[in-house]
Design a protein around this ligand. Structure first.
Ligand SMILES: *[C@@H]1O[C@H](CO)[C@@H](O)[C@H](O)[C@H]1NC(C)=O
Ligand SMILES: *[C@@H]1O[C@H](CO)[C@@H](O)[C@H](O)[C@H]1NC(C)=O
Ligand SMILES: *[C@@H]1O[C@H](CO)[C@@H](O)[C@H](O)[C@H]1NC(C)=O
Ligand SMILES: *[C@@H]1O[C@H](CO)[C@@H](O)[C@H](O)[C@H]1NC(C)=O
Length: 357
């Protein structure tokens, strides 16, 4: 009796491992630009593979079938629900500017075994990659979060100082992991359109592209339809360069998501109007305009959820979850919010999107 239970569990674990190896092969091919790191990646990140597969494997039908054929149905249905539980986090407002988040430690979330991607896993994963951030101050904050993860803590203060020299570009090479990170100050969506045009026409392309523009544009241009038109042209530039097989206006389907898994869009934060620090901001960054801009993001279909090229870093719901105590000016939030975005919508999503499709 006990013997067969042990055998059963051993078989299950082997099954998950085998499935993960199979699923991670397409992952290596997923990013054409990441593929030069493929061998190294498979070598060094095997432990990540095993760690994440345990909680990611249930998302994919082939693995779920595998599991349900060798395990009880309760395990399988538990696993299937993990994907929807990824964002079940709790915020802790110790004091302003030292908020933090944690996965809900009660069942069923705890059963999924979610865990942060730590510094060494992140460094391994991103080893030798080129990550390009472009956008306004929200993009800067997300870039800082990622750097906080991969840089030694004694370096991060000087990086923070350089990165926050106002309105300038920033470049850093993390020597120990060969990670190259560029930040391009591109506050208006028109700046992103121009950048994307250059990238799509050029010969070098970042391994991970993280873009976002919204608030600055809303404040200084304040024209949602123009914003939407620029977003649409970004989508068009990317879609045509990837030779998407979309049918006429239908969602992007088929192999597309496999070929472009490393593009992220930084969503706008939740605005606390009364805390905004100038009269102009309180007037222009109002709820109605926010919704118009947000609607343009949906309607331009740049996001994956509507068939576009970008996975969303959902700063809005994360900042709302952290709440008013996590911001002093109603628009820039504590590091915890951007850290959660990097962890949940960035790194975890990275695995999901590359092995799930
Ligand atoms: C990153 O890759 C280089 C080789 O390209 C290797 O020497 C180095 O040890 C790797 N670093 C990490 C943290 O894996
Ligand atoms: C961004 O776009 C604005 C408006 O089109 C332009 O005036 C500005 O020079 C651009 N900035 C950068 C850094 O390209
Ligand atoms: C917004 O921009 C469009 C296109 O450039 C223009 O036709 C429209 O008048 C602008 N709307 C406002 C309120 O300025
Ligand atoms: C943190 O503060 C916000 C309000 O600012 C509140 O909505 C949220 O529930 C708080 N979170 C925790 C875990 O106390």
């Amino acid at each position: 009796m006990t013997g067969s239970l042990v055998m059963g569990l051993g078989g299950l674990q082997l099954g998950i491992m085998a499935s993960c190896v199979v699923l991670f092969v397409p992952m290596g091919m997923a990013g054409r630009h990441l593929s030069r790191n493929k061998i190294l990646f498979f070598g060094t990140a095997l432990f990540i593979t095993l760690a994440v597969c345990v909680h990611l494997s249930p998302y994919f039908p082939s693995v779920s079938d595998f599991i349900s054929s060798s395990a009880s149905s309760s395990t399988s249905s538990l696993g299937l629900s993990c994907f929807s539980l990824l964002h079940r986090i709790l915020w802790y407002n110790y004091t302003s500017s030292s908020s933090s988040w944690r996965w809900d430690s009660s069942s069923p979330v705890s059963d999924c075994g979610f865990q942060r991607v730590g510094p060494s896993d992140a460094s391994d994963l991103l080893n030798g990659s080129w990550i390009l951030f472009a956008g306004d101050s929200q993009a800067r904050l997300v870039a800082l979060s990622l750097l906080t993860l991969v840089l030694d803590s004694d370096k991060i203060d000087s990086v923070r100082a350089d990165l926050f020299k106002r309105h300038s570009d920033y470049h850093v090479l993390v020597a120990k992991s060969g990670l190259k990170l560029d930040f391009i100050w591109a506050p208006y969506v028109a700046n992103l359109t121009e950048l994307v045009g250059k990238l799509e026409d050029g010969t070098s392309y970042p391994d991970v592209l993280v873009l976002g523009s919204g608030l600055w544009d809303m404040l200084h241009i304040h024209n949602a339809s123009e914003y939407g038109a620029s977003l649409s042209s970004i989508r068009t530039a990317m879609v045509s360069s990837l030779a998407f097989t979309t049918g006429d206006d239908g969602p992007v389907t088929g192999t597309t998501s496999i070929r472009s898994p490393h593009r992220f869009w930084i969503g706008m934060p939740w605005l606390v109007n009364s805390m905004l620090n100038t009269e102009e901001k309180r007037e222009k960054l109002n709820g109605a305009t926010f919704h118009e801009y947000d609607r343009e993001i949906q309607e331009s279909r740049i996001l994956r959820q509507s068939g576009g090229p970008f996975a969303l870093l959902d700063i809005c719901s994360l900042s709302q979850g952290c709440g008013e105590t996590c911001t002093t000016d109603g628009m820039h939030y504590d590091g915890a919010v951007y850290d959660a975005a990097v962890q949940l919508d960035g790194l975890h999503y990275f695995f999901l999107s590359t092995i799930g499709k």
